[in-house]
Write a protein that binds this ligand. Structure first.
Ligand code: ADP
Ligand code: MG
Ligand code: MG
Length: 213
């Protein structure tokens, strides 16, 4: 596929926002079981703010880093929940990973996904197996990097990431939460999917679908 432009990236964020709106109730339901039932709402507030901020961006002069930085800033300002600073750091890191690039090729986009995942891990200090969004983002990023190392095109890299993240989110059902709100539940968190991991897998799926060309 051709390189990802600033306009493509803005459209990707809009597609993520639309997916969040469609899954708002589902994400709140998941959070209702092991958290405070607001994950769909917090993500909706965040991506609505991102969409409005990106609509104001001059795509003729803004580079991909500016898109990620704008997303980071607006998400942070809009979201008070724990996902606010996590995704703000993630998008900042993604922007830093592609700094100076006018468009994103496969390598840059996979680097952005990897930086995003690492940003969440660094900001939240969760490791794999603690029943958080890290359990979807990290395997997702690793799968994208592995597909790239095999010489696969971007669409296949993102597809691999989405599949691994979906499996990762599924695997959180068997995990005991030790980070975030759900950690207060102890064993009662067992058997339920982490809402942040669920939304992370959906985000990667949107990215894969968006660039499947
Ligand atoms: P809040 O818990 O403040 O209501 P949300 O409901 O928006 O925030 O997000 C909850 C999600 O945030 C959890 O399902 C989990 O995936 C993620 N999360 C919470 N704490 C951490 C952390 N320290 N590191 C990574 N992810 C975390
Ligand atoms: Mg919540
Ligand atoms: Mg909350």
């Amino acid at each position: 596929m051709s390189d990802i432009t600033t306009t493509d990236l803005v459209a990707m964020f809009d597609a993520i926002g639309a997916m969040i709106e469609a899954n708002k109730g589902h994400l709140c339901e998941l959070d209702g079981v092991i958290g405070d039932a607001d994950h769909g709402v917090t993500m909706s507030i965040g991506f609505t703010a991102v969409g409005l901020a990106l609509a104001d961006l001059d795509t003729a002069t803004a580079d991909p880093t500016a898109v990620f930085n704008t997303a980071a800033k607006s998400f942070l300002n809009a979201v008070g929940a724990s996902s606010g600073p996590l995704y703000a750091t993630a998008f900042m890191r993604a922007g830093a990973a592609v700094k100076g690039k006018p468009v994103l090729d496969r390598d840059a986009m996979v680097d952005a996904v990897a930086a995003l995942a690492k940003g969440i891990q660094d900001r939240g200090k969760a490791t794999r197996g603690e029943k958080t969004m890290v359990d979807a983002w990290l395997p997702g990023a690793e799968a994208a990097e592995a597909a790239r190392a095999e010489g696969q095109p971007l669409a296949a890299c993102l597809d691999a990431a989405a599949k691994a993240a979906t499996e990762g989110a599924e695997s959180t059902k068997a995990m005991l939460a030790s980070k975030g709100r759900a950690s207060r539940l102890g064993e009662r968190s067992l058997g339920h999917m982490d809402p942040g991991a669920a939304s992370a897998a959906l985000m990667l799926k949107v990215m894969a679908d968006h660039f499947a060309r």
